[in-house]
Design a protein around this ligand. Structure first.
Ligand SMILES: [Zn+2]
Length: 245
């Protein structure tokens, strides 16, 4: 029986910060909502950009509760800055991270998430093909990240060039609600990418300023409650690709 077409929201947590686990992901668990958590495999339980990442126990707990763990490379390099002669490094970041995560978690890793905002590749209207080709044999989908809202079409034409929207503290709750409204109305797929969600922000690793990719947990809760009030599906990256292709 054909499914009625509906919009989709994916909640994605890039970098798997421990604070985000404690606050945001635990809140989702109470509501039985599943998210996609993108982990740089070499930093599990360690510090990354001066913030602690979730450890293996937390990631296993996420899996048990139905969240998806996606690969976010091994060491979080900016792959778009690697030159062709770093090809082996690039392949290892994409391929070895999957093996590493699958070995640690005893669970299949289906989705890949490219690190950093991929402004340049996306801006020219095309994605950087060599990277896509590298990920294709190993993953069922690969996601890039933009710094403005992006609405992926359903059905998804190319699951290796889906795009997420990196939410920053400058984005107001009412602005974010409008993006959800749009995805509902146009029946498209909005991937909301969070980084640090908690009670307190931290200093940015790259500049002497507060971290730009922070959201207070109270705002996050309000946003989730709003999404739940809409006629829209909340799916992981893996399930959204399955559902909409
Ligand atoms: Zn990242």
């Amino acid at each position: 029986m054909p499914r009625r077409k509906k919009g989709i929201v994916t909640l994605a947590f890039d970098d798997a910060y421990l604070d985000t686990y404690k606050h945001a992901i635990k809140y989702l668990d109470k509501l039985n909502i599943k998210s996609t958590i993108a982990v740089p495999a070499s930093f599990i339980g360690k510090r990354f950009e001066n913030r602690r990442l979730a450890g293996l126990e937390e990631l296993k707990d996420n899996l048990k509760r139905g969240h998806e763990i996606a690969s976010h490379t091994l060491t979080h390099p900016n792959l778009s800055r690697l030159s062709l002669k770093d090809k082996n490094e690039m392949i290892s970041e994409i391929v070895e991270s999957k093996k590493e995560l699958e070995g640690l978690l005893h669970n299949k890793v289906n989705s890949f998430v490219f690190p950093y905002i991929n402004k340049n590749q996306l801006g020219r209207g095309g994605l950087n093909l060599p990277y896509l080709l590298k990920a294709r044999p190993y993953y069922k989908s690969a996601r890039f990240t933009a710094d403005s809202p992006y609405f992926n079409k359903i059905p998804v034409k190319n699951p290796y060039s889906i795009i997420g929207f990196a939410i920053m503290k400058k984005h107001s709750l009412s602005y974010l609600k409008k993006q959800v409204d749009y995805a509902e109305k146009k029946k498209c797929w909005l991937i909301m990418v969070f980084h640090l969600v908690g009670e307190k922000n931290t200093e940015s690793f790259h500049r002497p300023k507060p971290y730009r990719f922070f959201m207070h947990i109270d705002v996050f809760r309000e946003l989730i409650d709003y999404i739940l009030s809409k006629d829209i599906m909340l799916l992981t990256q893996k399930d959204a690709v399955k559902n909409s292709s």
